[in-house]
Design a protein around this ligand. Sequence first.
Ligand code: PNS
Length: 162
Amino acid sequence: MRRIAVCPGSFDPVTFGHIDIFTRASTLFDKVIILVSTNLSKQPLFTPTERIKMIMDVTAGMDNVVIDILDGLLADYVREVGACAIVKGLRAVSDFEYEFQMALANKKLYPDAETVFLTTSTENMYLSSSVVKQIAAFGGDISSFVPEIIRESIVNRITGVK
Ligand code: PNS
Protein backbone atom coordinates (compact mmCIF):
# COMPACT_ATOMS: atom_id res chain seq x y z
CA MET A 1 0.00 0.00 0.00
CA ARG A 2 1.30 3.42 -0.95
CA ARG A 3 1.37 5.69 2.07
CA ILE A 4 0.31 9.20 1.13
CA ALA A 5 0.79 12.21 3.40
CA VAL A 6 -0.67 15.68 3.02
CA CYS A 7 1.43 18.59 4.20
CA PRO A 8 -0.98 21.57 4.44
CA GLY A 9 -0.20 25.19 5.16
CA SER A 10 -0.48 28.78 4.03
CA PHE A 11 3.14 28.86 2.87
CA ASP A 12 2.94 32.64 2.38
CA PRO A 13 5.76 32.34 1.46
CA VAL A 14 7.60 29.05 1.83
CA THR A 15 10.65 29.24 4.15
CA PHE A 16 13.65 27.03 4.95
CA GLY A 17 11.56 25.76 7.89
CA HIS A 18 8.87 24.43 5.53
CA ILE A 19 11.43 22.99 3.13
CA ASP A 20 13.01 21.07 6.03
CA ILE A 21 9.61 19.55 6.86
CA PHE A 22 8.90 18.67 3.18
CA THR A 23 12.29 16.98 2.87
CA ARG A 24 11.87 14.92 6.02
CA ALA A 25 8.25 13.99 5.20
CA SER A 26 9.35 12.81 1.74
CA THR A 27 11.64 10.23 3.37
CA LEU A 28 8.85 8.92 5.63
CA PHE A 29 6.04 8.52 3.09
CA ASP A 30 5.72 7.15 -0.44
CA LYS A 31 4.08 10.34 -1.67
CA VAL A 32 3.78 13.78 -0.09
CA ILE A 33 1.20 16.29 -1.28
CA ILE A 34 2.11 19.83 -0.31
CA LEU A 35 -1.24 21.52 -0.05
CA VAL A 36 -1.52 25.28 -0.32
CA SER A 37 -4.61 25.86 1.82
CA THR A 38 -6.73 28.75 3.00
CA ASN A 39 -6.28 30.01 6.55
CA LEU A 40 -9.22 32.33 7.12
CA SER A 41 -7.41 34.20 9.88
CA LYS A 42 -4.53 35.28 7.62
CA GLN A 43 -4.32 37.96 4.95
CA PRO A 44 -1.89 36.55 2.37
CA LEU A 45 0.83 38.53 0.59
CA PHE A 46 0.93 36.10 -2.36
CA THR A 47 -1.88 34.48 -4.36
CA PRO A 48 -2.25 30.69 -4.09
CA THR A 49 -0.90 30.34 -7.65
CA GLU A 50 2.18 32.40 -6.77
CA ARG A 51 2.74 30.28 -3.66
CA ILE A 52 2.47 27.07 -5.70
CA LYS A 53 5.04 28.38 -8.18
CA MET A 54 7.42 29.23 -5.33
CA ILE A 55 7.02 25.77 -3.78
CA MET A 56 7.60 24.15 -7.18
CA ASP A 57 10.86 26.07 -7.49
CA VAL A 58 12.19 24.93 -4.09
CA THR A 59 11.06 21.28 -4.27
CA ALA A 60 12.27 20.62 -7.81
CA GLY A 61 14.55 17.74 -6.74
CA MET A 62 12.01 15.93 -4.55
CA ASP A 63 10.70 13.08 -6.69
CA ASN A 64 7.80 11.87 -4.52
CA VAL A 65 6.46 15.36 -3.76
CA VAL A 66 3.54 16.97 -5.59
CA ILE A 67 1.84 20.30 -4.98
CA ASP A 68 -1.85 21.04 -4.95
CA ILE A 69 -4.20 23.80 -3.91
CA LEU A 70 -7.27 23.66 -1.65
CA ASP A 71 -10.08 26.10 -1.10
CA GLY A 72 -12.10 23.86 1.17
CA LEU A 73 -11.88 21.56 4.15
CA LEU A 74 -8.58 19.79 4.70
CA ALA A 75 -10.26 16.66 6.10
CA ASP A 76 -12.36 16.28 2.92
CA TYR A 77 -9.27 16.57 0.75
CA VAL A 78 -7.36 14.01 2.83
CA ARG A 79 -10.25 11.57 2.47
CA GLU A 80 -10.52 12.14 -1.30
CA VAL A 81 -6.84 11.44 -2.00
CA GLY A 82 -6.71 8.48 0.40
CA ALA A 83 -3.95 9.93 2.57
CA CYS A 84 -3.10 8.25 5.87
CA ALA A 85 -1.41 11.28 7.46
CA ILE A 86 -1.44 15.05 7.77
CA VAL A 87 2.12 16.25 8.39
CA LYS A 88 2.78 19.50 10.24
CA GLY A 89 5.90 21.09 11.63
CA LEU A 90 5.88 21.97 15.31
CA ARG A 91 8.23 24.73 16.37
CA ALA A 92 7.61 25.51 20.00
CA VAL A 93 5.13 25.17 22.83
CA SER A 94 3.40 28.28 21.49
CA ASP A 95 2.40 26.32 18.35
CA PHE A 96 1.02 23.43 20.31
CA GLU A 97 -2.43 24.59 21.37
CA TYR A 98 -3.44 25.71 17.88
CA GLU A 99 -1.98 22.64 16.18
CA PHE A 100 -3.51 20.29 18.76
CA GLN A 101 -6.93 21.86 18.19
CA MET A 102 -6.63 21.44 14.41
CA ALA A 103 -5.39 17.85 14.78
CA LEU A 104 -8.37 16.94 16.97
CA ALA A 105 -10.85 18.65 14.64
CA ASN A 106 -9.39 16.89 11.60
CA LYS A 107 -9.46 13.54 13.40
CA LYS A 108 -13.12 14.08 14.22
CA LEU A 109 -13.94 15.01 10.62
CA TYR A 110 -11.89 12.17 9.12
CA PRO A 111 -10.86 9.50 11.66
CA ASP A 112 -8.82 7.43 9.17
CA ALA A 113 -5.92 9.91 9.01
CA GLU A 114 -3.42 10.72 11.74
CA THR A 115 -1.80 14.10 12.23
CA VAL A 116 1.96 13.59 12.45
CA PHE A 117 4.04 16.39 13.99
CA LEU A 118 7.66 16.76 12.97
CA THR A 119 9.69 18.85 15.38
CA THR A 120 11.34 21.70 13.55
CA SER A 121 15.13 21.66 13.36
CA THR A 122 16.65 23.86 16.06
CA GLU A 123 17.95 26.40 13.51
CA ASN A 124 14.37 26.98 12.32
CA MET A 125 12.71 27.20 15.75
CA TYR A 126 12.02 30.92 15.49
CA LEU A 127 11.24 30.97 11.79
CA SER A 128 7.80 31.77 10.35
CA SER A 129 6.51 33.33 7.15
CA SER A 130 5.15 36.24 9.21
CA VAL A 131 8.54 36.96 10.81
CA VAL A 132 10.22 36.81 7.40
CA LYS A 133 7.70 39.27 5.90
CA GLN A 134 8.09 41.65 8.84
CA ILE A 135 11.88 41.65 8.59
CA ALA A 136 11.69 42.19 4.82
CA ALA A 137 9.16 45.02 5.24
CA PHE A 138 11.69 46.91 7.38
CA GLY A 139 14.52 46.28 4.93
CA GLY A 140 16.18 43.51 6.94
CA ASP A 141 18.26 40.69 5.48
CA ILE A 142 16.12 37.55 5.03
CA SER A 143 18.67 35.56 3.03
CA SER A 144 19.21 33.02 5.81
CA PHE A 145 15.46 32.37 6.16
CA VAL A 146 14.35 31.72 2.57
CA PRO A 147 16.00 30.58 -0.70
CA GLU A 148 17.28 33.39 -2.96
CA ILE A 149 14.45 33.02 -5.49
CA ILE A 150 11.87 33.45 -2.70
CA ARG A 151 13.80 36.39 -1.20
CA GLU A 152 13.57 38.18 -4.56
CA SER A 153 9.81 37.57 -4.78
CA ILE A 154 9.25 38.91 -1.26
CA VAL A 155 11.38 42.02 -1.76
CA ASN A 156 9.75 42.74 -5.14
CA ARG A 157 6.26 42.37 -3.69
CA ILE A 158 6.98 44.49 -0.65
CA THR A 159 8.71 47.23 -2.60
CA GLY A 160 5.93 47.15 -5.21
CA VAL A 161 8.12 46.06 -8.15
CA LYS A 162 5.60 43.33 -9.13
O1 PNS B 1 0.32 27.50 7.72
P1 PNS B 1 -0.95 27.65 8.53
O2 PNS B 1 -1.65 28.95 8.18
O3 PNS B 1 -0.74 27.49 10.00
O4 PNS B 1 -1.90 26.44 8.06
C1 PNS B 1 -3.21 26.33 8.55
C2 PNS B 1 -4.05 25.55 7.56
C3 PNS B 1 -4.07 26.27 6.22
C4 PNS B 1 -3.45 24.15 7.38
C5 PNS B 1 -5.49 25.44 8.14
O5 PNS B 1 -6.02 26.72 8.30
C6 PNS B 1 -6.40 24.58 7.26
O6 PNS B 1 -6.38 23.38 7.38
N1 PNS B 1 -7.17 25.23 6.35
C7 PNS B 1 -8.05 24.51 5.46
C8 PNS B 1 -9.52 24.67 5.91
C9 PNS B 1 -9.79 23.73 7.08
O7 PNS B 1 -9.89 22.52 6.91
N2 PNS B 1 -9.93 24.31 8.26
C10 PNS B 1 -10.15 23.57 9.47
C11 PNS B 1 -8.89 23.05 10.08
S1 PNS B 1 -9.24 22.25 11.58
